[in-house]
Ligand binder design. Structure first.
Ligand code: ZN
Length: 640
């Protein structure tokens, strides 16, 4: 791996976003999402499913206090995925097994948000919550409210299903984010105490287990990066090395043969270094791959890096929707087989695209490759943004590319597809994940090393990097233009990604093009003018994607567009776009020449050329869909 161009991402502390588009999104998270989630964690929202989050920490804190005083504590069963008032005593744990993670994701988002904009009141709320969390930690460092409240002796007994190491991962990520924002060590110290316990419990000469739902791997690396405690890096590497070894750990511990396919579900079917295809639960997959890339980089593990390359290739070239969505099937919320990308059955979870962005940024830190940054851009501007309503008040878990509201209501195979965003979910993984990604979006713009500064994503900002002070003025999303003011600290190379959607571009300075990046030698202060030709385009799928033969999608820059019933009437399948569409781009919308086929109610009849009337089709950016009430939507449209 010595010939690779390693670099580090630039933390959000050193970047100020000036871009109108993204300032609006981060403000929405700050003003709408974070306060709403805080109320949800406290179960103070009328009509919403209870989260029990804070309630569990209060119960766990009381138990921890009793344990410290040497008093007897009760035992309740730990045998369910979800506990509520009907199946559990009032004093026992309530909620999903991974409920604690919602609190941690909220704190992580708050940490990132405080960096963007300090807020004493919000910081105090987070610190109060952190005090409560720390008070629930057991003397040996253990911290998971389900097992603290219900049964201390059952901890780590079912790593496959019970999510303790998953909750730990989110705890560590929250701790790192909040420490970076405030220098307050309370949660970081708690996370390290739990990480110490985990490192003392799992390892080559200890318990040879690994997380059922991955994330602890990348979280331990984050703790290692801050503390430089090698133990955390070794434990993360151990989890990855041990995964998928035979005999299967879960079989030996759970005392039963688990069906082979279940191992694909959590990517434990073979050791990660030997994996070549993205399979199983998509969020778990990309969280694992992120951890693999982290370890490959820090341990210079070539075998693991090669696996990461194979997996990213497989996702980008065979398993990713045009919207950057991944996980095509609801069955296991999982990756399907190659080229199986159904539009109206898609799972395409918001969290999976967020995890994909985590993975791709880590791959870019090992070696710059514009295809990876392109895929991250695709996920960010389409599936991730579609996950949140324009007012920041409701969310999609699932992001289909075609919706018929009647089918969502009446067809049980499509029950996961919602035609309108939901306020909140009992199993609320996506909204807090969105909050943390959008609040930290600046961390996906740059990476740098001692001689090169890379710009992977074009978001207007001012940044203080090791190589230069840099000011990016961007109208990238509307006209493809950038003005980059550079005050170098030393001679260095600036590398700009050339977006894959751009066929023609110009720069105001001389450059060399390699792997999709333009490299400029920077010796003194300058202003680089960049223009990426932004054209509306018709895009087709590989003809191996059965769902979309004879159909096209409309794109402009990073945005994928879609048709909605509100603009185009019902029965979107009757529309066709012209081969010479005469695109007109106006105020963010695109119109095009097309046709509407006359309705034909005879179920079968002899084929004749259809009867069409001319119409003008109106497309809106995919991320803006479902903001005007329930209606039909389709990304793909038949072509004349
Ligand atoms: Zn989710």
């Amino acid at each position: 791996m010595d010939d690779l161009c390693f670099s580090e991402y630039i933390p959000s502390k050193r970047i100020r976003i000036t871009d109108e588009f993204w300032r609006e999104k981060t403000a929405l998270v700050r003003k709408e999402v974070i306060p709403y989630q805080y109320e949800a964690l406290h179960d103070r929202i009328d009509g919403a499913e209870k989260s029990y989050c804070v309630e569990n920490f209060i119960k766990a804190s009381k138990i921890a206090e009793k344990i410290r005083r040497g008093e007897e504590v009760p035992v309740y069963p730990t045998d369910k995925w979800c506990y509520d008032e009907n199946n559990s005593p009032a004093e026992a744990f309530h909620g999903w097994v991974f409920q604690d993670s919602d609190v941690y994701k909220w704190i992580e988002a708050v940490g990132f948000s405080l960096i963007v904009r300090p807020d004493a009141e919000l910081e105090k709320k987070a610190k109060d919550l952190i005090r409560l969390i720390c008070s629930a930690q057991l003397p040996d460092g253990y911290l998971d409210t389900l097992f603290i409240i219900n049964d201390r002796s059952a901890r780590f007994s079912n790593l496959k299903d019970w999510h303790e190491l998953y909750c730990f991962g989110h705890l560590a990520e929250a701790a790192v984010s909040f420490y970076n924002a405030t220098s307050d060590r309370a949660l970081l110290d708690a996370a390290c105490r739990f990480a110490d316990l985990i490192s003392d419990t799992f390892g080559p000469d200890k318990i040879k287990g690994y997380p059922g739902h991955e994330i602890a791997e990348m979280a331990l690396v984050k703790l290692y990066d801050i503390t430089k405690n090698e133990k955390y890096l070794q434990t993360a590497a151990f989890f990855i090395e041990e995964r998928g070894k035979k005999p299967y750990y879960y079989d030996t511990v759970l005392g039963k043969e688990t069906v082979y396919d279940n191992y694909h579900y959590n990517q434990a079917h073979r050791q990660p270094k030997f994996q070549y295809e993205a399979v199983g639960h998509a969020v778990r997959g990309v969280y694992l791959y992120s951890g693999m890339a982290d370890i490959a980089k820090r341990c210079r593990d070539e075998e693991l890096y090669d696996a990461c390359l194979r997996l990213s290739d497989n996702i980008i070239n065979k398993k990713m929707y045009i919207t950057g969505g991944i996980g095509a099937t609801v069955d296991g919320e999982a990756f399907s087989f190659d080229y199986d990308l159904p539009d109206d059955l898609a799972y395409s979870e918001t969290c999976a695209s967020i995890g994909l962005i985590f993975f791709l940024r880590r791959m870019l830190e090992i070696s710059p490759d514009a295809r990876l940054a392109d895929a991250a851009e695709r996920a960010l501007y389409n599936t991730v943004l579609a996950g949140m309503a324009l007012d920041g008040k409701s969310f999609f878990y699932v992001n289909p590319l075609e919706v018929l509201p009647e089918a969502s209501e009446k067809d049980s195979r499509k029950r996961h597809i919602k035609a309108v965003r939901q306020k909140w979910f009992g199993c609320a993984c996506c909204p807090p994940n969105l909050a943390r990604l959008i609040s930290s979006v600046s961390e996906y713009i740059f990476t740098e090393n001692e001689n090169t500064l890379f710009i992977h994503q074009y978001i207007g900002c001012s940044a203080n990097t090791d190589n230069a002070e840099i000011d990016v003025a961007s109208s990238y999303l509307t006209d493809g233009k950038l003005e980059i003011k550079i005050k170098p600290v030393r001679r260095f190379t600036l590398a700009l990604r050339i977006p894959s959607w751009c066929k023609s571009y110009s720069f105001s300075g001389d450059c060399e093009i390699k792997d999709g990046y333009a490299y400029f030698n920077i010796e003194k202060g300058c202003c680089l003018k960049v223009s990426f030709e932004l054209k509306t385009r018709l895009i087709k799928c590989s003809n191996k994607v059965r769902a979309n033969t004879g159909r096209v999608a409309v794109t402009r820059g990073p945005f994928v567009y879609c048709l909605e019933e509100t603009d185009n009437g019902k029965e979107l399948q009757m529309l066709k776009i012209s081969k010479t569409p005469g695109f007109l781009y106006e105020n963010g919308f695109i119109t095009a020449d097309g046709f509407r086929e006359k309705e034909d109610t005879s179920l079968y009849s002899e084929w004749t050329e259809g009867d069409y009337e001319k119409t003008r089709l109106k497309f809106i950016p995919y991320y803006r869909w479902a903001n005007r009430g329930e209606n039909e939507m389709s990304v793909y449209v038949r072509i004349e």
